[in-house]
Design a protein around this ligand. Structure first.
Ligand code: DC
Length: 335
C-alpha cells in the first residue's frame, strides 16, 4: 500500500471550480503514479476554511470517481496558510514509491517537498528589498539573506581596524580572515562580526557609504559571494542585494528587480532612520542615495543592474502589501 499526497488551489469558492480542480488533481495523481482508480483504497480530503460551496469528496464523486470510500474535513485556520487550498491523501495498492502531486501553486508552502529554490531580489538602496524579503520569506516559510548586511559588516570591520574602505591592499588583509557569520533567531537575521552581534551597528548612516565603497573591491566581493552561494545551496532562501540575479545566483529560480524613484526611496529611508533614532535631513539622504546609486551602478565588478530574466517591479506607487502579493503570485505560478 502507498500513500500519495496531493494538493491544489481553487480560483474561487464555486462548486464548478472545486469540481474541476479535484478532477484534475485526482487524474494527475493516478496518471503520475501509473495507477487507475481501481487501485485506490480510500481518499482523504481536506480544505481550507475559505471554501464552503462543495465538499471535495462530493466534488470527486460528481467528477466520476466512485471506486473507494472518501472523506472530507476542514483544516484549522493557520496564519500564512495558502488560501483556497484542497489537499488529499490517496491510499492505494501499489509497490512503487509514491509521486506526490502539487498543482496550481500548492507546493509553495512545502519547501521540504519542492526542493531547494532561491529567490533573488536586487535593486537600489531604499527600494524596500529588506522589508519585502522579510515578509515574503515568512509567507513562503524560507530564510532571507540580506547580503547588504554582509558588506556593511565588512565596512564596519574596516572602521574598527582603521583601514580606508577603498584601500584594496589593506582591506584584502583584514577580509581574508574576517570572522563574519549570519545566524537566524526567530527567523530574524543576526549579523555576527568577531563573535559580536552587529545587526544594529551596521545600520548607522555613515556605514552605508563605507559599505558602498568596500563592496566595489574584488577581494571583498569574492569572499562575500562565496559565503552567499554556500548558504543558498544549502537551503531555500531569498537573497536581497545588488548582484544576486546577475552574478551570485545567475540560475536562481525567481528573480526580481525592485526599484522606486530616488525621491520615494529617500522619503522611506528618512522615515526608517527616524524610527531607529537617526534624524538625518531628507535632502541629505536624497543626495546620499543618488551618490550610492551612481557608485553601485558604475563600479567595475558586479555593478547594480537588472538581470535580463528578472521581473521589474517599480514600487514607487505600490504599497508593501501590493509588492509582496505580486511577487508571491509570480512564485506560486511556477512552483
Ligand atoms: O542594501 P544595503 O544598503 O544594506 O547595501 C549596502 C551596500 O552594499 C550597497 O551600497 C551596495 C553593497 N551591496 C553590494 O554591492 N552587493 C550586494 N549584493 C548587496 C549590497
Amino acid at each position: 500500500m502507498i500513500a500519495i499526497r496531493g494538493a491544489t488551489t481553487v480560483d474561487g469558492d464555486r462548486p464548478q471550480f472545486i469540481k474541476d480542480v479535484v478532477k484534475e488533481l485526482l487524474e494527475e495523481i493516478f496518471k503520475r503514479n501509473g495507477l487507475t482508480e481501481e487501485n485506490a483504497v480510500c481518499m482523504l480530503f481536506s480544505n481550507t476554511s475559505d471554501l464552503h460551496s462543495l465538499y471535495p469528496a462530493k466534488a470527486a464523486r460528481e467528477a466520476g470517481f466512485f471506486g473507494c470510500p472518501m472523506y472530507s474535513s476542514l483544516e484549522p485556520e493557520m496564519e500564512g496558510a495558502l488560501e483556497k487550498c484542497i489537499r488529499v491523501m490517496v491510499l492505494a495498492e501499489g509497490q512503487k514509491p509514491p509521486v506526490h502531486v502539487y498543482l496550481r501553486g500548492a507546493k509553495a508552502l512545502r519547501a521540504d517537498l519542492s526542493g531547494i529554490y532561491n529567490v533573488a531580489i536586487d535593486g537600489p538602496a531604499g527600494s524596500g528589498k529588506s522589508t519585502i524579503s522579510k515578509i515574503l520569506g515568512k509567507k513562503l516559510n524560507i530564510l532571507c539573506l540580506d547580503t547588504g548586511a554582509m558588506y556593511r559588516a565588512c565596512a564596519l570591520k574596516c572602521l574598527w581596524s582603521g583601514v580606508p574602505a577603498d584601500d584594496e591592499t589593506c582591506v584584502s588583509r583584514i577580509i581574508e580572515n574576517i570572522d563574519l557569520t549570519v545566524k537566524y533567531e526567530n527567523g530574524e537575521q543576526k549579523t555576527m562580526l568577531d563573535g559580536k552581534d552587529v545587526s544594529a551597528e551596521i545600520r548607522r548612516p555613515e556605514i552605508s557609504m563605507l559599505a558602498s565603497k568596500v563592496s566595489a573591491l574584488g577581494c571583498v566581493r569574492e569572499k562575500m559571494v562565496g559565503l552567499q552561494r554556500k548558504i543558498a545551496a544549502e537551503t531555500s532562501c531569498i537573497l536581497d542585494g545588488r548582484d544576486i540575479g546577475t552574478n551570485v545566483l545567475p540560475n536562481a529560480g525567481f528573480k526580481f528587480y525592485l526599484t522606486a524613484s530616488p525621491e520615494v526611496r529617500a522619503r522611506r529611508r528618512c522615515e526608517e532612520n527616524r524610527q531607529k533614532g537617526f534624524d538625518t535631513p531628507y535632502e541629505e539622504i536624497l543626495e546620499e542615495i543618488k551618490k550610492r546609486d551612481f557608485q553601485d551602478k558604475t563600479r567595475k565588478i558586479a555593478p547594480l543592474k537588472q538581470a535580463d530574466d528578472a521581473i521589474l517591479v517599480d514600487s514607487s506607487e505600490m504599497s508593501i502589501d501590493e509588492v509582496v502579493r505580486f511577487m508571491e503570485s509570480k512564485i506560486q505560478e511556477k512552483i
